[in-house]
Design a protein around this ligand. Structure first.
Ligand SMILES: [Ca+2]
Ligand SMILES: [Ca+2]
Ligand SMILES: [Ca+2]
Ligand SMILES: [Ca+2]
Length: 407
């Protein structure tokens, strides 16, 4: 009799000890990837001293997700276990994980408003640590690649002579455009954005010239291209498969001469005119590695002369687009040879377009650049080996009274 009572007592004690002890689901936190996608981390607490099994089904299921089985645990070890599985969801979803039956108890949910996970070393999970990730909350972006520099005052200059295929007065101020570029890449060095800021600074020309850029990107990969201000009427087209943007056709539409002639900011005695600023914000499908591009910023910029689309003038050594009229090449002073990939150079290697990594001080109207910058010819003849700093105006390389300074 005594034995039976003891056994009963043990049974009652066991029941009272373990009744109400359950496996409880826990939603740890939600990672926000910054692009409308989220990852919820889950764990559990098994209050029992032994392992329990709760199969997927009515007692262990997800509601609000694509399946009742989101990879959740079915074998529950005793105690608290953190981050045992994760589930991905999007903005607007509400995932509910429920444990029930004799061994489970409770429901937890995960949505965009749930407790955010503490930031780790790589908050957006793109594989680039926060310390070097220039977009730490954006999984699609990681690095800025500024040209000519990241500082707000770092500008490059494009300068063109519009008498091509003649050298003409060769004053190299017929179109002056300053620029800054930022090519944004993701964690795999694939180009995501190309952002450009431009300032039309001078028009020392009677022709009203247009401006365009050929990019080494497949035109089909562009998802966003915003060009401002709205007073521009840009045209996007392609050359072979490359994207070409014509920003404007007629420079004089955007800067009005202060004097009685056509010249803007190239004659010292005339009132200076404010620059005209315009911008490009372009987003691409991330398929093109920045290290494999044939041209980096400022890419392949060109002018076209007096509204004639086919009369393109590019930087020395850069090819014309498909739209260029081939009949001009190799005529007059132009010594281009398309079959030898020799572009926009005179027989002495002098250019019609130059790109300088600084805010360049250009010659005054109708003063040849070779008179203002005394080492340009040597630099060109040596194919860029000698006098690499020929364009620096404050180093004894220039005749200062032949340069245009904003008063
Ligand atoms: Ca990151
Ligand atoms: Ca990032
Ligand atoms: Ca000129
Ligand atoms: Ca000029």
């Amino acid at each position: 009799m005594k034995k039976v009572i003891i056994i009963l007592f043990v049974l009652v004690l066991s029941f009272s000890l373990f009744a109400g002890l359950k496996v409880r689901p826990i939603m740890e936190c939600v990672e926000n990837h910054g692009d409308g996608t989220y990852t919820a981390r889950f764990g559990y607490l098994n209050e029992n001293p032994n392992t329990l099994i709760i199969d997927i089904g009515v007692h262990n299921m997800f509601v609000g997700a694509s399946s009742e089985d989101m990879g959740q645990d079915t074998i529950f070890l005793t105690g608290r276990h953190e981050n045992t599985f994760t589930a991905d969801f999007v903005q607007g979803d509400n995932f509910v994980w429920t444990l029930g039956g004799p061994n489970g108890h409770g429901s937890v949910n995960a949505n965009s408003g749930s407790t955010a996970c503490p930031r780790g070393d790589d908050a957006d999970g793109d594989g680039v640590d926060d310390a070097t990730d220039e977009y730490p909350d954006d999984i699609e972006r990681a690095y800025n690649n500024w040209y000519p520099g990241a500082g707000a005052n770092d500008w490059g200059t494009l300068a063109y002579e519009d008498y091509w295929p003649l050298q003409g007065d060769y004053d190299f101020n017929d179109m002056i455009i300053d620029y800054r570029f930022n090519t944004v890449t993701n964690s795999s060095n694939l180009v995501v954005d190309v952002n450009g800021l431009f300032r039309l600074r001078a028009i020392g020309a009677s022709y009203s010239n247009g401006f365009g850029i050929e990019f080494p990107f497949n035109a089909d990969s562009v998802t966003v291209a915003e060009i401002l201000p709205a007073s521009l009427n840009p045209v996007l087209t392609n050359s072979n498969s490359n994207l070409v943007i014509y920003f404007f056709n007629s420079s004089h539409d955007y800067m009005t001469p202060a004097g009685e002639d056509f010249f803007v900011n190239t004659v010292m005695t005339e009132t200076p005119v404010d620059y005209f600023e315009f911008s490009l914000q372009m987003t691409l499908e991330p398929t093109q590695n920045i290290n494999n591009l044939v041209w980096l910023a400022p890419f392949n910029p060109f002018i076209f002369i007096n509204g004639e689309l086919g009369k393109e003038v590019h930087l020395a050594g850069f090819p014309p687009t498909e739209a260029a009229n081939r009949s001009y090449f190799g005529t007059e002073d132009d010594d281009s040879n398309l079959s030898q990939e020799r572009y926009y150079k005179t027989a002495a290697n002098l250019p019609w377009g130059i790109n300088l990594p600084t805010t360049w001080v250009y010659p005054i109207e109708q003063t040849a650049i070779t008179e203002a910058y005394i080492y340009l010819a040597d630099w060109a003849q040596s194919s860029g080996v000698e006098h690499a700093d020929w364009y620096e105006s404050n180093t004894g390389n220039a005749i200062l009274e032949k340069l245009y300074y904003q008063p």
